[in-house]
Design a protein around this ligand. Sequence first.
Ligand SMILES: [Zn+2]
Ligand SMILES: [Zn+2]
Length: 211
Amino acid sequence: MAQPFPPGARLLARPASATPCPTCGNPTGRGYPDCTACAAEVDAYWLADWGALLSGSGVAEGTQEEKDLAAQVLTAPPGHHPWTCDDWAMRRTPCPECRAELGSGALDCLSCASADQSRWAWPHLAPTDRMHPNEKALRQAVTRLRSAERGRPGVVSFCKLVLPFLLTGETPTRVQARRIRMHLMAGREDELSEATSIAHMASLPTLPWRS
Ligand SMILES: [Zn+2]
Ligand SMILES: [Zn+2]
């Protein structure tokens, strides 16, 4: 058997810096998933792994065999495929209960909740070098943005703000994440969206109390 827990999202090089998206004008990734250009840049890391799985299995894209392969991936034990392939198989599979993309449906869909929970068995069980904290943060942001109704509005804003910098390999520390959320709650989204890095967002000066 192949080595368990093959890493994901490592076939393509990451961008050195966050550059403006030619379509939406925001740092690339911030428009995920509504801006098609942002979505293509982000999804490319997942698609590269899925494409490798398809060619390794002799399966063509867009065929019934691809759907069958997605079903096989979803029933395989955690760590059998790269985590990106687990995610892509979920995207290709409608939820049997709510018909949304599996794992991204409404909060009260038990089938989606269970699929989403299984998704996170991968990093829980994998040796630490197979999924870096940045990759986990990237996966979390993308997962939350694909099921925007699951997260509170502040969570979605946070994910959109950091995604362009997660792509470049920057990962917020707990303290940085807390500060960015605090700035968001203070209604400073405009200032945050002008920032050129996660560190920059977190280091916005704290405003004096306004009475
Ligand atoms: Zn865009
Ligand atoms: Zn569902």
